[in-house]
Design a protein around this ligand. Structure first.
Ligand code: HEM
Length: 440
């Protein structure tokens, strides 16, 4: 069988590098054009690698259900990722080594642990929004970034990191600037001093869990025999994977609701009916299908992560082409969610597409905003619960409006679907009190 068709030759020397890494160019338009020209399998390349671009539910299933010896996470992110997160960070590992880390983490993400954190989420949202003033535009991305970092920190590390929080936040912010990431990935030791700072800071938390184990991630990883450096790597992975994504999910959902007032009215009516004066607890969040569909539609149009890769360890055939060993493959949630034979009028914001009888997402792997298969996102339930709790809190506490002239477009930067012009909103308090579940 032939190799997949190459999407033009790209730029001299760089090939398709700027599109693959989202550097100042519209990667989404580029890959959509690839789909229009070549269909669901085609190839692009940068200075080092050739990538097969795989689109649509069948191809997503292929990528997400295969592991070593066929496809590998480690071979996709390899040295670059290891310089950023440490060589034993879970997303860089395959097979047994990966499972040894995922299993203990999973037990901390149990349903009861997640829903037990609901009141803390409400309290953190209350604190985060306490200073919002009428007439002063609020930078939603900034606010959601801070809030989701606090939620991730509280859930993963324990709210009691208390006085260490400002230092941890500062180190994290310095490590994960786009420039910092690029320098580190290019082999410059940009992150070392921040990692050292983080190591000193977390040594105390780790020592504490060694002495007093609990039902949390650090304790579980220690029980599984990981050393301190390894535990720090997993903490970094979880903080990175768990807050930048949820920040985007919350911001885009609210922005799209404000752009679609008729659907927002239905979300608000559901809130009044289900929550009334009651708390936003586990039971209530199960009864919010109108809000849930808005979230899913937002994830379809603007999946927080838009490009994921694997290394090819053993060649295979797909869609009439041979993908040889040594290539890489990528799956693209944002492009896959736009295929018109899977989702009707895919560019429209239409949350009802997820309701019966349409249920356009029913085909397995049509929606891949959380990946899928054996390594599906470990934080999926936490992220969905957090989104429902935080959005409910915000919508019950404030009337929102997009700031005049606010444009909603995706930035041409990296693999994350960030809003190019940020999202500024104007708020007015509703005067409603949102009680905690514990007090109810
Ligand atoms: C809306 C929010 C989120 C989105 C859209 C999202 C998206 C994803 C995607 C697409 C993958 C699969 C990557 C691949 O196939 O290469 C993934 C994996 C992962 N996610 Fe999430 N995620 C979200 C929230 C979270 C949260 C809250 C956490 C943890 C606190 C988290 C932790 C992880 C981890 C650790 C993995 C790697 C799993 C493994 O290696 O087995 N994510 N996520």
């Amino acid at each position: 069988m032939p190799l997949p068709p190459l999407m033009g030759r790209g730029l001299p020397l760089l090939g398709h590098f700027p599109y693959i890494h989202g550097l100042g160019v519209d990667s989404f338009a580029f890959f959509m054009e690839g789909y229009r020209q070549h269909g669901r399998v085609f190839a692009v390349r940068d200075m080092k690698d050739t990538f097969a671009v795989l689109l649509g539910p069948e191809a997503n299933r292929f990528v997400l259900e295969r592991e070593t010896p066929h496809l590998s996470w480690g071979a996709a992110y390899g040295d670059e990722g290891s310089r950023v997160m440490g060589p034993t960070a879970m997303p860089l590992l395959d097979g047994e080594e990966q499972r040894r880390r995922r299993a203990p983490m999973m037990s901390a993400f149990r349903h009861q642990n997640i829903v037990a954190f609901g009141d803390a989420m409400v309290e953190l949202a209350r604190a985060q929004t306490a200073g919002w003033k009428e007439g002063q535009p609020v930078d939603l991305i900034g606010a959601m970034s801070e809030l989701t970092f606090r939620v991730a920190c509280g859930f993963l590390l324990g709210v009691e990191i208390g006085e260490d929080y400002p230092r941890f936040r500062e180190l994290y912010k310095k490590m994960f600037t786009p420039v910092g990431l690029a320098l580190q990935a290019a082999g410059l030791p940009y992150m070392q001093r921040y990692r050292d700072g983080l190591r000193r800071l977390s040594a105390r938390w780790i020592a504490d869990r060694r002495a007093h184990p609990r039902d949390d991630i650090i304790s579980r990883l220690l029980e599984a025999g990981l050393d301190d450096e390894d535990v720090i790597s997993q903490v970094l992975v979880l903080m990175f994977a768990g807050h930048d994504t949820t920040k985007l999910s919350l911001t885009w959902t609210l922005a799209l609701l404000l752009r679609h007032p008729e659907y927002l009215a239905r979300v608000l009516a559901e809130q009044d009916e289900v929550l009334a004066e009651g708390p936003i607890d586990a039971e209530a969040t199960r009864k919010l299908p109108v809000l849930e569909r808005a979230l899913r539609e937002t994830h379809r149009l603007y999946p927080p992560v838009s490009l994921l890769r694997r290394g090819v360890l053993e060649g295979f055939e797909l869609g009439g082409y041979t993908i040889p060993r040594g290539w890489k493959v990528m799956y693209l949630p944002r492009v896959s969610h736009q295929l018109p034979d899977v989702f009707k009028e895919p560019e429209r914001f239409d949350p009802d597409r997820f309701a019966a009888p349409r249920e356009e997402h029913k085909q397995p792997y049509a929606m891949v905003e959380f990946g899928g298969g054996y390594r599906t996102c470990i934080g999926k339930e936490l992220a969905m619960f957090e989104a429902k709790v935080v959005l409910s809190y915000l919508l019950r506490t404030f009337h929102f409006e997009l700031a005049p002239g606010q444009r909603l477009e995706v930035a041409n930067a990296g693999a994350m679907t960030s809003p190019r012009y940020g999202v500024k909103v104007l708020v007015k308090r509703t005067g409603r009190r949102v009680p905690l579940a514990q007090a109810a």
